[in-house]
Write a protein of this length. Structure first.
Length: 118
């Protein structure tokens, strides 16, 4: 489903958010005061939010899909507009990737009798 159609069906709210922005690289500024155990330095020295093994921000509570440091989250996170153009573009890309993953999973699966499905 394309973005225009999706936008006409439902708006993005806290209840419908997929927290996809929590998978983006968050560059920390000098005014950000994030606990050190939630940050890392990339090659080249760029100070960023750390990610867990699945690629989610280390500050994200994976069960509730909420930021554990919301009140002191980085400025980049505070300025990210839920439902804004960048948010919608990320959601579109995620939808495309999900469609590709489903199609790829179906290729080469075996049938219930153990023979390779065609």
């Amino acid at each position: 489903m394309n973005r225009a159609k999706r936008e006409s069906i439902a708006s993005i709210t806290c209840a419908t958010c997929d927290s996809l922005c929590c998978r983006l690289t968050v560059i920390l500024g000098k005014d950000d005061s994030v606990p050190a155990h939630l940050t890392t330095h990339q090659v080249g020295g760029l100070h960023v939010m750390a990610k867990d093994q699945d690629g989610w921000c280390a500050a994200l509570d994976g069960k509730q899909m909420k930021c554990r440091i919301y009140s002191s989250r980085p400025i980049v996170c505070k300025s990210f507009a839920m439902g804004g153009p960048y948010c919608r573009a990320e959601r579109d890309e995620h939808a495309k990737q999900s469609t590709r993953l489903i199609a790829m999973k179906l290729i080469g699966e075996t049938s219930h009798d153990g023979n390779k499905a065609h």
